[in-house]
Design a binder for this molecule. Structure first.
Ligand code: FAD
Length: 566
């Protein structure tokens, strides 16, 4: 007999479940309830309405109920909120939020995909400000209309996660004075502190007042008061400090929550009721690398879960391999992508794991080609197994392709040996014959073999302060254009002739622009009997990016005579 399926929530997880259910059976009855005015809209594109990249907010809606019915025979009911679930009778009570009328609907299977809501903290004075959150088409249209109609100029965004950063970027592109406030010392937690400095710089250079490491303590008239005492004038505040799963409906009928406070599901996304499944931002998932339960509010996982639920209802097996957290973002001219573990995460979770990192900055395509750009790439791998744990890429070109390769390798248990061996497409407009990821694999393999030793750009300030012996192996004109304070210039082309200038009785640190020439210099010196050589991973360019933002906002002394970001 055909089944009757009810779905709560009509966007990423809900609409995907509905469509897959229909593909698996033509005669089932599928009703999808959405309390808002739209089903199947693009949450991820919402910020781009603020810069007018997506001019009409109605374009954010991908499909309407009529099309759902015509193309899929799915009964999508907007303005219909499911207000309670009666598990014994297998019915739900639905309220039409326009007419206020309620009715009941029975189910064989119920799928919850109610998403998450923006966290709004209780901060003194919050009730008196012009505050917005961004979750759906109505939210973004309201925010955009408010700032335009009132001709507001000063807008603050609180929270430096994906949504906060994208909203800030698009508001800046639209010409507003934007302040982005983040309580922790960095924005964008999927990136390590060293990599995120590139993004800090990009935001700062585009004129957003980026404030990190400072917390909002109260709102007063048109001002935000920060813990440091700083006052930020704002006509409008966008609150983007994170999201919390929508669990009220689930808990009101005894659906269990897990340790993170999200809905607990088994490997098939079934709740503690065998007739009720849950997917998307409302649930918690298994992280395949941390081996722990976590929340992962992203669209890709929601869609995968949706397919798995529909399959399970029709007894089609799907293997749940867990999640590793892959994501990407565009911030002005830079793209950034990450997957798997990063150092911050390993630290925060106190993971007992022995790992090392590689940082390379090759060109993303052949240097002669127009648009060739440096690609900052960081790889984490386990020591001694070489198992790949995570990667981050930041650059103006194709970062997502590189990180997707790493995500694929992680999911298949790949190692740095696999990475260096990968045979990837190459032609000059696309990449280089030895792609960034191959290069990262080679460097990691050399490190693991003990071929050379390295230090990281975040250690350089201390080395400079301690007046350590640093050699800049770039050519003289590069050195003259900007160098590390106190560094000696011995170009790679001269190093073999000038070994008598290099001490053997103390550590010597070599760097070039991106760490490639200095790696060659390090090997040459090692072959000539030096065992005290360290290569600076990331080189001078990595160092400049690492230092710039903090130099500018703190006014501290720079460790370089001039920056070089190319
Ligand atoms: C601004 C923004 C940008 C984003 N960018 C990205 C990105 O670039 N990449 C990425 O991977 N992810 C991104 N996301 C996250 C992604 O959109 C979510 O992870 C995904 O939409 C989750 O799907 P979901 O079905 O769980 O929830 P949602 O898509 O939020 O859908 C839940 C729906 O359920 C409805 N609902 C809730 N309770 C009820 C009820 N009782 N009755 C009826 N309806 C109900 C809600 O009104 C809501 O419309 C972004 C999110 C936002 C807000």
């Amino acid at each position: 007999m055909s089944k009757k399926m009810l779905i709560v929530g009509g966007v990423a997880g809900g609409a995907s479940t509905a469509a897959r259910l229909r593909r698996l059976e033509e005669n089932s009855e599928i009703i999808m309830f959405e309390r808002g005015p739209h089903v199947s809209f693009s949450n991820c594109c919402l910020p781009y309405h603020l810069s007018n990249m997506i001019e009409d907010h109605e374009d954010l809606v991908l499909m309407n109920p009529e099309v759902f019915f015509k193309q899929y025979r799915i009964d999508a009911r907007v303005y219909n909120e499911v207000i309670s679930i009666n598990r014994e009778d297998k019915t739900v009570t639905v309220k039409n939020v326009v007419t206020k009328e309620s009715y009941e609907e029975s189910y064989d299977k119920l799928i919850l995909s109610p998403g998450a809501k923006a966290i709004v903290p209780r901060i003194e004075g919050i009730e008196n400000i012009n505050m917005y959150t961004v979750r759906n088409v109505v939210d973004i249209a309201k925010l955009n209309t408010c700032i335009k109609e009132n001709e507001y100029k000063n807008i603050s965004v609180i929270g430096g996660g994906f949504i906060g950063v994208e909203v800030a970027e698009n508001l800046k592109e639209a010409g507003y004075n934007v302040t982005l406030i983040e309580a922790s010392k960095q924005i964008m937690r999927p990136f390590d502190y060293d990599m995120v400095q590139i993004l800090h710089k990009e935001i700062y250079d585009h004129g957003i007042d980026l404030i990190v490491g400072d917390k909002v303590v109260k709102f007063e008239n048109n001002s935000i008061i920060l813990q440091s005492g700083k006052k930020v004038n704002s006509d409008v505040v966008v609150m983007a400090i994170g999201v919390t799963p929508e669990t009220d409906l689930a808990t009101s009928c005894g659906i269990e929550l897990g340790e993170t406070g999200a809905i607990k599901v088994d490997q098939n996304y079934m709740t503690n009721d065998k007739n009720i499944y849950a997917v998307g931002d409302a649930i918690e998932v298994y992280h395949a690398l941390t081996k722990s339960i976590t929340k992962l509010p992203l669209a890709g996982p929601a869609q995968k879960q949706a397919r798995a639920v529909a399959n399970h209802i029709y007894k089609i097996p799907s293997r749940n391999t867990g999640f590793i957290g892959s994501s990407c973002i565009k911030i002005f001219d830079f793209n950034a992508a990450s997957t798997g573990l990063n150092e911050g995460m390993i630290d925060a979770l106190n993971m007992n794991i022995n790992y090392d990192t590689v940082r390379v900055i090759p060109q993303d395509k052949v240097g002669l080609m127009p648009g060739s750009q440096p690609l900052h790439f960081k790889l984490l791998y386990e020591v001694p197994t070489g198992k790949i744990l995570g990667a981050q890429a930041v650059g103006k070109g194709n970062v997502d392709k590189r990180v997707d390769i790493i995500a694929t390798l992680i999911k298949t248990g790949g190692t740095i040996e696999d990475l260096k061996d990968l045979e990837l497409c190459y032609a000059p407009p696309f990449g280089t014959a030895k792609d960034v990821v191959n290069m990262a694999g080679l460097v990691a393999s050399n490190l693991l073999d003990g071929t050379f030793k390295q230090v990281y750009v975040h250690q350089i300030r201390e080395l400079v302060e301690n007046k350590e012996f640093i050699i800049d192996v770039r050519e003289k004109d590069e050195y003259d254009a900007g160098h590390i304070i106190g560094a000696v210039n011995i170009p790679l082309s001269e190093i073999r002739d000038r070994v008598n200038e290099i001490p053997k009785d103390k550590d010597v640190y070599l760097h070039c622009r991106s760490a490639q020439r200095s790696y060659n210099a390090a090997l040459a010196l090692q072959h000539l009997g030096f065992d005290n050589i360290y290569n600076v991973a990331g080189g001078f360019m990595g160092l400049c990016f690492n230092e710039y933002f903090n130099d500018k906002v703190t006014g501290r002394d720079s460790v370089v005579t001039n920056y070089n970001f190319k």
